[in-house]
Design a protein around this ligand. Structure first.
Ligand code: APR
Length: 168
């Protein structure tokens, strides 16, 4: 399987699915979430609001994934997933792995030809970059989807962490 690393803005990627590091409300936020809603437009938020009004009345649980339109983004879908908040006293690694795994499983079900991930939980949710990258790469290798997986990182430290994880 093909894993690639790109340093840049995930909203500028041309792939079939762009993964959003969302929160359980699905109603937007900062970081990647804010960037995707800004660049993708109102259509994405409307689709998220519809999910909250129908199948996800209590929001999207941590580690789960759901797809919506990608709006104005160069993609067919946005796959929203919720990473765990880092807590040194509580090992939530399985939830971070689940966010990647469930996004890849959903992408496979949707028949995508390519996918771009941000460094889920490694921003506002405070997950240490090295461990976030290790879990991301290990999970992608475990699932081994038939399509290429692109990790899109926003800064040098994240690029370093993912480059090291990919070299393992
Ligand atoms: N493209 C790619 N990566 C980005 C972008 C972007 N446009 N903006 C931020 N990042 C990077 C951050 O630098 C970090 O490495 O994405 C990684 C994830 O950071 P966050 O977006 O803060 O996501 P997360 O840590 O999972 O926190 C999720 O933040 O935005 C809110 O609503 C969101 O409450 C949720 C929380």
């Amino acid at each position: 399987m093909q894993l690639e690393l790109v340093e840049g803005d995930i909203t500028a990627q041309t792939v079939d699915a762009i993964v959003n590091a969302a929160n359980s409300s699905l109603l937007g936020g900062g970081g990647v979430d804010g960037a995707i809603h800004r660049a993708g437009g109102q259509e994405i938020l409307a689709a998220c609001r519809h999910l909250r009004a129908t199948t996800l009345p209590h929001g999207l649980p941590t580690g789960e994934a759901v797809a919506t339109t990608a709006g104005r983004l160069n993609a067919r879908y946005v796959i929203h997933t919720v990473g765990p908040v880092w807590d040194p006293a509580d090992d939530r690694s399985h939830l971070l792995a689940a966010a990647y795994r469930n996004s890849l499983v959903l992408a496979t079900e949707l028949g995508v030809a390519s996918i771009a991930f941000p460094a889920i939980s490694a921003g506002i949710y405070g997950w240490p970059l090295t461990d976030a990258a290790t879990i991301a790469v290990r999970t992608a290798r475990d699932v081994a989807p038939s399509f290429p997986v692109r990790f899109v990182v926003f800064n040098r430290p994240a690029a370093e962490a993912f480059r090291n994880a990919l070299a393992l």
